[in-house]
Design a binder for this molecule. Structure first.
Ligand code: FAD
Length: 507
């Protein structure tokens, strides 16, 4: 597939395109499609949220007054803590439900996990840390270890409270302190309170009739069970040779974990509601000459270059030069000429989009040997209808003899003791992996934070934002003194495909 968006003007017929896209959409418009199990309260599936990576250890409750409490030890929390240190604060406590630092990258250790955005702009503080990512797109484990190094370099771990969930934060006006309670009985207070609870941190589990009856092993991809599969992040899974595995979900996670599963398991069934658009990844080891001649400030300049392209600005060179800058940016900034009518503009945008999606569909046909399987893998919708994905091995994995794609646009009918049922056909599984992603970032912050945030005069953030967020730049909220919300695209902050740049702005 060419990396350039090319409007396929000669074959573009708006009426048939609309009809095909609508027909595919209609197959998926089924009542209950969006219903999920709430893992915070679900008796049966709450166990999916437990930390499989670090053993829980008993500890005495902590009572402490510090300069700042940062909830969430992911990238945003770490960057905020480093900036607070640089602003002169010395006592900072990170608090996280996880057993260590890394947030997203602590939790997501599934086989094949890697970042989507180029590592040279995604891994933060590369210059300060003197680190060069090994590959153009880093593995999750490399990112986790890099974030952990940042925490270690800045002495953030000794005072951190891991395996600890904040249960309430309440502003005490008289004392001008935040009073923070946790599920470990801690009594903490601080001048500043930073909410860095993540944008994709609440695991999503679809509600499928009968799913609690499944007798095999099952887990969510954000808590990969290597004890069951064998292996580890970046290592082959050694225990699946006799195991039939089902993967539910073909979004950003599903496409990354299917190829290693196909290599390791006896058979893999991939249950697909809607195919992702899979662009070229072009991953490769970092060229040894990459860091030669990099001027101070190069990483910020590279982030700015990516962001400028995303905003449709002219740049001297496309430093990232991948599917984001070729396709995503093009779709967001369709050609516009002086005097162009709105109809012409919209038609041009649609034609451009169609050309890009045709390229994606052609790629499927080129890579997947069985035309019937290829057809099911072709995405029929506009490019940003579903988060675009990029991968070099996913489509080819469907040429292996031990993989079956199960097309279920209306979803899986039920799951019983033996496994999922689709169109009346029973699929017998030993193991079912829910690669079903996360609640979207538009999920209200109070829900994502998993605790009540109470400001002046007892007002909660949930009440204050009941009609939608109200903030200064997505960072500060009236009535909640010294509270800093690490920005999220859904909360009056800028939108960017590189979250690191947003987190750095917030910090
Ligand atoms: C597989 C995957 C790949 C991704 N790839 C990219 C990419 O390439 N580019 C990109 O820009 N973004 C990517 N993202 C999005 C990613 O989430 C962000 O880039 C970033 O890592 C978010 O950092 P964060 O610190 O804001 O949140 P998180 O990393 O989610 O950290 C939030 C932390 O808060 C903790 N927490 C929440 N509530 C509480 C509480 N009440 N008490 C204590 N702790 C709490 C959570 O346990 C979690 O550890 C990806 C996401 C996933 C899942």
């Amino acid at each position: 597939m060419s990396d350039e968006p090319k409007p396929s003007g000669s074959t573009y017929d708006p009426e048939s395109v609309h009809a095909k896209y609508l027909a595919e959409r209609d197959k998926r418009l089924v009542p209950g499609r969006a219903v999920i199990r709430d893992l915070a309260t679900d008796d049966h599936f709450a166990r999916y949220t437990a930390d499989p990576f670090t053993p829980y250890a008993d500890r005495e409750p902590v009572t402490d007054d510090v300069d700042a409490i940062v909830v969430g030890a992911g990238m945003a929390g770490l960057l905020a803590a480093v900036q607070l240190q640089q602003a002169g604060l010395s006592r900072i406590r990170l608090v996280d439900i996880a057993g260590g630092a890394g947030g997203t990258w602590y939790w997501n250790r599934y086989p094949g996990v890697m970042c989507d955005v180029e590592s040279y702009v995604y891994l933060p503080m590369l210059e300060e840390m003197g680190y060069v990512p090994k590959d153009r797109y880093s593995s999750g484990e490399e990112i986790r270890l890099h974030l952990q190094s940042i925490a270690e370099r800045h002495d953030l771990l000794d005072d951190a409270l891991f395996h600890t969930g904040v249960t309430e934060a309440r502003w005490d006006d008289a004392a001008a302190r935040w009073r923070v309670a946790t599920d470990r009985g801690d009594t903490l207070s601080s001048k500043y309170y930073v909410l860095a609870v993540g944008i994709l941190s609440l695991m999503k589990l679809p509600a499928i009739p009968g799913m609690e009856r499944f007798a095999g092993h099952s887990f969510h991809s954000a808590r990969w069970d290597y004890e069951f599969t064998g292996g580890g992040p970046g290592e082959p899974m050694t225990e699946l040779g006799d195991t039939v595995v089902g993967v539910m979900g073909t979004g950003a996670t599903g496409i990354q974990c299917v190829p290693p599963l196909v290599e390791a398991a006896k058979h893999v069934y991939v249950f697909q509601r809607t195919p992702s658009a899979i662009g070229v990844r072009g991953n490769r080891p970092t060229d040894p000459s990459f860091s030669e001649g990099l001027a101070p400030g190069w990483q910020q300049a590279r982030m700015d270059n990516l962001q400028a392209i995303m905003l449709g600005r002219q740049v001297e060179a496309d430093l990232t030069d991948d599917g984001w800058t070729h396709h995503y940016a093009a779709v967001h900034n369709p050609p516009r000429h002086k005097g162009m009518s709105i109809d012409d503009y919209l038609r041009g945008a649609e034609e451009l989009d169609y050309g890009i999606m045709e390229d994606h569909r052609s790629r499927v046909a080129e890579v997947v040997a069985d035309p019937a399987v290829a057809e099911v893998l072709k995405p029929y919708y506009r490019y940003i209808c579903k988060r675009p994905c990029f991968h070099d091995e996913y489509l080819a994995a469907f040429n292996a003899p031990n993989v079956t794609l199960v097309d279920c646009p209306a979803g899986v009918e039920e799951i019983n003791e033996r496994g999922p049922v689709v169109d009346g056909q029973q699929y017998e599984l030993d193991c079912l992996v829910y690669a079903t992603g996360f609640e979207p970032e538009i999920t209200p912050l109070a829900r994502r934070a998993g605790h009540e945030i109470v400001g002046r005069r007892g007002a909660t953030l949930a009440e204050h934002w009941a009609e939608g967020p109200q903030s200064l730049f997505g960072l500060m909220v009236r009535g909640f003194p010294n509270l800093f919300v690490m920005p999220s695209p859904a909360h009056q902050a800028v939108v960017t495909v590189n979250y690191t740049q947003l987190a750095l702005l917030g910090a």
